[in-house]
Design a protein around this ligand. Structure first.
Ligand code: ADP
Length: 840
């Protein structure tokens, strides 16, 4: 350990403080700046692109700094890059000796409450992972909105998918025992913190969790948040318990491929959410996104959501309702800031303006005269008392700062009004006083002055000193070469009022602000409930608007695995082009092999199906004339071939990894969509793999599937496998040119059309002609010695392979870091591994 005595006392203070925050960048308050020293300065100056200087603190120390008033943007930049920030403030007044400093706040990517840093329509989650005997538990919270959730019984892959789908920014672990997990999280740029305390202290927040294990899992997160953020997080709502089994399995690849909320190419207009989010409020928008990325499996819940969409579809009150929701601020985040004391008077005004809208909102909801909506309406409280308090106390346009006055309305507090009166009328009083004294003494050039040592004084020149009489009550304070200075009791009394009125009024305003805030804090839970209700209304209203604007229909859900979609459309593509609608009729366990030239619309057809399914299971109406769909337990996709190059993996490897997801996890209740599997390798390889997969899904899984391919040969599988049906996208050749009809029909397409598509892309005519010659030749020769893939019988004994679940077990074992594992955790892990085997 380096000898810290060689540094100045302030630097020693810094070094000691830094010891407790080794993993954070410490913002050390020095007057009007936050300074960073040593390694923190080296790192931060680079990331923030600010000058690296040095400070002589006994020894030369690297330093960089940012102005206090502009710190927010710098903090935001560091946090968004995954750094933790510890804010060390001066907690004693500067003056004598060393100012004391203390870390008053820690900011990490998952612990942001401040306004202006977070995008309003996205959650900002922090999570904690614990392993229980029967699987992983993920508890997660957004401390800016107060929402908290707990998912129980996750497999490891399910856990990782969930973390990715929720874009969780920070994860708490109890130890570093699982090396693979940690490296996966690091790859996702997630900040990892190790924390042990999972004692159950905060019963109220855990009241919806019934087992000790889940309570402890949530406590790990809550304790971390309470202790480490150093914020008062009294706005955290009780954990919402979510069972994995109520949700459809939608892994992160599927989310990406279907472009539900994020675009593969960065174009927002290619995402579904861009077109279907017609919400008016931030909380509505967040909820809609949550719904979209968490489709349900529960028929009853879904029917209820459809009922709401139906209810809100009523045209007349709809526009009124849209207006009523307009300008409702983000209640969650305002309440979050108020409850955690990160607030100013503007938040209170925004809250007031929002509350002002509630009576009208209730009125409009009543106009629907619908029992479902009435029931929601009954739960909406107007918070009148709070509204009046805020309205009477806070001015309409208060400043950002809370210690400099200007926040409280006149008439709210008498003492404050008097103080303000004195401050504004002080000048006039002095003028009057001067006149009075001149008259009394008869001294025309008598002056009233002010200095810091004596305060206000009366100054009389030498020649007039004899006019001062005892009865005037003048007290001599200072003798000058030119005259004398006096004070009087009256002047001193007024001085006290004058000088202190402003300070006092600012202090009193601050006190009143604190009182109003404390009163508002009492409504935290009730305001968050209000926010949830508004979010729901806004979301259902958005679904209803979208349904009528785009002509969607309420889907029927069936339990016998039948698909009947009449004139289905792709909800995003139809916004860009004149869309040719297609029917889909599918039996249980049916597999479609979809052929057609490139660019004919195969992939659009499959995505259309997947999106209709996701929308139906989100509770939305769907783009079709009629839709009767099963409830799937999961969708598995392998779609698109050019999209993974940036990820660094070869396309073929990615294809196989994703195909594997489906092959190992899909059940007979799943939907599998494979687009052009096997394309990334040699023809025979690719075809053989494709056939192997189709056979496996047909025999072993029994899931419904669409398989698009340009391997024409695969269409012959329909003759051999009873559940396989050929479909093709119609295209016709006109004068050697392809015309795409985008119409999907029964039967295999007659040929592959590759050359025709090349011609469409304007390849040189010479190449096209030459290719046609070559093709002809090839077709002639291959007729002579066809390799008939489909006559190959399965050989009796396949090579020995390690079954997937055993492999999972081996992987789990392999990633255990024994040194980091406590005996108790080891036992839980053992039990978990045993349970994995029992599931077989
Ligand atoms: P493939 O997968 O067969 O190569 P895509 O599905 O990518 O073809 O479709 C190519 C383009 O054709 C799409 O970008 C879209 O603009 C258009 N398209 C596809 N299906 C339809 C349809 N049903 N109606 C209108 N246009 C369509």
């Amino acid at each position: 350990m380096e000898d810290i005595n060689k540094y100045t006392p302030m630097m020693q203070q810094y070094i000691r403080l830094k010891e407790d925050y080794a993993d954070a960048i410490v913002f050390f308050r020095l007057g009007d700046f936050y300074e960073m020293f040593f390694d923190d300065a080296l790192v931060a100056s680079k990331v923030l692109e600010i000058a690296l200087t040095s400070r002589d603190a006994g020894n030369k120390v690297p330093m960089c700094g940012v102005p206090y008033h502009a710190a927010k943007v710098y903090i935001q930049k560091l946090v968004s890059k995954g750094f933790k920030i510890a804010i060390a403030e001066q907690i004693t007044e500067p003056g004598k000796g060393l100012v004391e400093r203390e870390v008053i706040k820690v900011i990490t990517p998952g612990m942001i409450i401040d306004d202006g840093i977070l995008p309003s329509n996205e959650f900002n989650f922090i999570g904690a992972i614990t392993l229980a005997e029967y699987g992983y538990i993920l508890s997660y919270a957004d401390i800016s909105t107060g929402d908290t959730f707990l998912l129980d019984g996750l497999t490891k892959q399910g856990l990782l998918d969930e973390i990715k789908n929720l874009t969780i920014k920070e994860i708490i672990l109890k130890n570093k025992a699982d090396e693979k997990l940690i490296s996966y999280l690091k790859d996702l740029n997630i900040v990892i913190s190790i924390y042990q305390d999972d004692e159950i202290y905060h019963q109220a927040i855990l009241k919806n969790l019934d087992s000790k294990t889940t309570k402890q899992a949530a406590s790990l997160l809550v304790n971390y948040l309470f202790n480490e953020s150093k914020q008062e997080l009294r706005h955290l709502l009780p954990f919402e318990f979510r069972e994995v089994k109520t949700y459809m399995h939608l892994d992160s690849h599927v989310l990406e491929h279907l472009e539900l909320t994020e675009s593969l190419t960065g174009q927002v207009k290619s995402t579904l959410v861009y077109w279907v989010d017609k919400t008016k409020t931030a909380m509505g928008s967040r909820l809609l996104r949550y719904y979209l990325t968490h489709p349900l499996k529960d028929k009853q819940l879904l029917e209820k959501r459809y009922d709401y969409v139906d209810a809100f579809s009523d045209y007349d009150p709809r526009t009124e309702l849209e207006n009523a929701l307009d300008n409702i601020y983000d209640i969650n985040r305002i309440v979050g800031r108020i409850a955690s004391n990160n607030t100013n008077a503007r938040d209170l005004v925004q809250l007031k303006l929002t509350l002002a809208k509630i009576p009208r909102l209730k009125e409009v909801l009543a106009m629907y005269q619908n029992p479902l909506i009435d029931e929601l309406n009954e739960r909406i409280l107007t918070h009148e008392n709070l509204y009046h308090l805020l309205d009477e106390a806070i001015v309409n346009e208060p400043p950002l700062l809370i210690k400099e006055g200007g926040m409280i309305k006149e008439g709210y507090n008498q003492e404050l009004d008097e103080l303000k009166n004195i401050a504004t009328h002080g000048e006039a009083w002095l003028e009057e006083f001067l006149e009075k004294e001149r008259e009394k003494t008869g001294i025309k050039n008598l002056k009233v002055g002010y200095n810091r040592v004596f305060g206000y004084f009366i100054e009389v020149s030498k020649g007039n000193m004899n006019l001062i009489k005892d009865e005037f009550g003048y007290i001599r304070k200072q003798t000058l070469s030119t005259g004398e200075r006096y004070i009087t009791e009256e002047l001193k009394r007024q001085e006290d009022k004058l000088i202190h009125a402003k300070d006092k009024s600012m202090a009193l305003e601050y006190e009143i602000f604190q009182e109003v805030k404390a009163e508002t804090q009492k409504y935290t839970e009730s305001l968050l409930h209000l926010s949830q209700l508004i979010a729901q209304i806004d979301t259902y209203l958005s679904m209803a608007i979208v349904a009528s604007e785009y002509n969607y229909v309420r889907p029927k859900l069936n339990t016998n695995k039948i698909v009947e979609i009449e004139l289905g459309r792709h909800p995003v593509v139809e916004q860009h082009v004149e869309f040719i609608a297609n029917n889909i009729t599918m039996k249980p366990g049916e597999i479609f092999i979809l052929t057609g030239p490139n660019m004919s619309g195969k992939s659009t057809f499959m995505r259309m199906f997947a999106l209709i399914v996701v929308m139906a299971q989100t509770g939305m109406f769907v783009p079709a004339n009629r839709a009767n769909v099963p409830i799937y337990d999961g969708i598995f996709t392998r779609i698109g071939s050019s999209d993974d190059i940036s990820g660094g993996k070869s396309t073929f490897m990615v294809e196989m990894v994703e195909a594997n997801e489906a092959l190992t996890k899909a059940t007979k209740d799943s939907l599998i969509l494979f687009d052009e599997i096997g394309r990334g390798t040699a023809t025979y390889d690719g075809m053989a793999l494709a056939q192997g997969m189709i056979e496996y899904i047909h025999h072993e899984i029994g899931a419904q599937m669409m398989f698009s391919t340009h391997y024409h040969e695969l269409t012959r599988l329909a003759d051999q496998l009873p559940n396989v049906t050929n479909l093709h996208v119609k295209a016709k050749e006109e004068k050697d040119k392809m015309v795409f009809m985008h119409q999907v029909e029964q039967g295999a397409s007659d040929k592959s059309y590759g050359i025709q598509v090349a011609a469409l892309a304007h390849l040189p005519e010479k190449i096209i002609q030459r290719s046609k010659q070559i093709l002809k030749k090839l077709e002639q020769t291959s007729k002579a010695k066809t390799v008939d893939l489909f006559s190959i019988e399965e050989t009796e004994k396949l090579d020995t392979v390690i079954p997937h679940d055993v492999q999972t077990l081996l992987d789990e074992l392999d990633s255990v870091n024994i040194d980091q594992l406590t005996p108790l955790d080891a036992l839980i892990k053992l039990k978990y591994l045993q349970n994995l085997l029992k599931k077989k």
